[in-house]
Design a protein around this ligand. Structure first.
Ligand code: GLN
Length: 194
């Protein structure tokens, strides 16, 4: 069955996610209000500015709706700002968050000089071919609970992790030609709805 995937479209890099999901054969819904969440099989929270997205999520309690869905095992993938929003603990910040993943995240964690860069990551779950990853003022996970699986690290920092139905990357997989990260998320969706 063709899957219907929501992309949170309040702010940030949502159009690029839409394109990749369509290339993988999904129906895509741009989520701007709570009612757009109805009937989706999975949700992507894009990169952007996590404080801005967080403020917009408080309107109409859309964040709480998303949190409920996440707790009911809806597959949710947060990239960059999305990783920040999924985390329970954000170092030195009381900004709004969805509070779903047992992770401690640090924002803008790669320093000012190298704020943005590209690299090739080893992601064993995706086979031996390295995954091209674009980092833009990226966070990383400083700590994860034992129930969180680490999918990839870069220079000793956790940049890709999964906790059951929740997936989080510090990088932007939607900005490369490599579809494998989105395909991995789609596999999670297909398993969930099988
Ligand atoms: N630095 C941003 C934040 O802290 C995240 C950057 C991104 O999503 N590319 O929200």
């Amino acid at each position: 069955m063709k899957k219907r995937v929501g992309v949170l479209a309040l702010q940030g890099a949502f159009r690029e996610h839409r394109q990749v999901l369509e290339n993988l054969g999904c129906d895509v819904v741009e989520v701007r209000k709570s009612s757009d969440l109805k009937g989706i099989h999975g949700l992507i929270i894009p990169g952007g500015e996590s404080t801005t997205i967080g403020k917009l999520l408080m309107i109409d309690e859309m964040g709480e709706r998303i949190k409920d869905l996440g707790m009911k095992d809806l597959p949710i993938f947060g990239t960059c700002a999305g990783m920040i929003l999924l985390s329970k603990t954000i170092i030195d910040s009381d900004q709004y968050r969805l509070n779903l993943m047992d992770t401690v995240v640090e924002r803008n964690a790669f320093g000012r000089q190298v704020a943005s860069f590209e690299t090739d990551l080893l992601v064993p779950a995706m086979g031996p071919h390295l995954v091209r990853a674009v980092f833009i003022r990226a966070p990383y996970l400083r700590e994860v609970a034992p129930n969180v699986g680490i999918l990839s690290e870069f220079e000793g920092k956790i940049v890709f992790a999964r906790q059951g139905n929740l997936l989080a990357s510090a990088f932007h997989p939607e900005l490369t030609q490599d579809l494998r990260v989105h395909q991995y998320f789609l596999d999670m969706i297909n398993e969930h709805w099988a």
